[in-house]
Design a protein around this ligand. Structure first.
Ligand SMILES: Nc1ncnc2c1ncn2[C@@H]1O[C@H](COP(=O)(O)OP(=O)(O)OP(=O)(O)O)[C@@H](O)[C@H]1O
Length: 251
């Protein structure tokens, strides 16, 4: 039997005062993208932080998170081997990028953590990736600084960094909330397309229903509890009020 790329068993996250996520069970295979939806404040970001290994100190984790069959749940990001670190794309690309480093420096540091210039052997890989992410002039893009890029371009650089960083899993936590609707759809399409094409697994936390409908799985969390998990079509059949509201919006 082949095991899933990501396997979460009985995950519970407790703050000192209350339970934030309770007894969550999810698996995700390579090539699959799972959307996570649910009302505000119900634990979606905390789930992504647990998977990525940067829970706040005051949050206690119970249960298991396995990446390619290795238990990583209790390992903070910095103690994980490179292949156990997911690529992470955050909401605010401007904050995620170093304002004082050029695009080339940020991509080179992603590849080596010690250089700010791309090696000749890395150049073509990076230029191809930037082109694939929709940059018309990748050479020129490498010279730019985050403040010289648009919001959508910055987020595409964050996707490039996550793709260069990750051999298994990419997590995107509301990556398009600061973007206009057309750029939003472009970015989400690039995210889904690249995850599938590279046979990674992707977790997309989103409030955008149309994008969630194009994912392979949809997980709905409400009050820290999993209320539905399945294909988006299956989730629309769920009786829970949040799923029924989604169904009405789709109709
Ligand atoms: N450092 C922390 N310590 C204790 N509780 C926290 C901490 N950070 C967040 N929380 C609480 O955890 C709960 C879940 O927060 P989380 O950010 O995961 O929600 P979310 O579903 O991602 O919300 P949104 O859709 O608004 O981004 C919230 O009630 C929040 O107040």
């Amino acid at each position: 039997m082949t095991s899933s790329l990501l396997s979460i068993r009985n995950l519970t996250l407790n703050s000192p005062t209350r339970t934030i996520v309770q007894s969550l069970n999810v698996t995700l295979d390579a090539g699959e993208v799972m959307a996570v939806m649910g009302p505000s404040g119900t634990g979606k970001s905390m789930l992504s932080r647990a998977i990525a290994g940067f829970l706040p100190n005051e949050i206690q984790m119970e249960g298991s998170i396995r990446l390619s069959d290795v238990e990583v749940g209790h390992l903070p990001l910095l103690l994980r081997k490179p292949q156990q670190r997911p690529g992470v794309i955050f909401q605010d690309a401007l904050q995620a990028l170093n304002p004082l480093a050029s695009v080339e420096a940020q991509l080179a540091l992603t590849l080596t953590s010690s250089r700010t210039k791309l090696k000749r052997s890395e150049q073509q890989q990076v230029l191809d990736l930037l082109q694939q992410l929709g940059f018309d002039n990748p050479q020129q893009t490498l010279k730019k600084y985050p403040s010289q890029l648009s919001g959508g371009q910055r987020q595409r650089i964050c996707i490039a960094i996550a793709l260069l960083n990750s051999t298994h899993l990419i997590i995107a936590d509301e990556p398009t909330s600061a973007l206009d609707p057309i750029t939003e759809q472009e970015i989400l399409k690039l995210f889904r397309g690249n995850v599938r094409q590279r046979n990674l697994a992707g977790v997309l936390i989103t409030h955008d229903l149309s994008s969630a409908m194009q994912c392979d799985k949809l997980l709905v969390i409400s009050d820290g509890q999993m209320v539905a998990l399945g294909t988006p079509e299956e989730v629309m059949q769920n009786e829970h009020a949040f799923c029924q509201t989604m169904k009405q919006l789709m109709n």
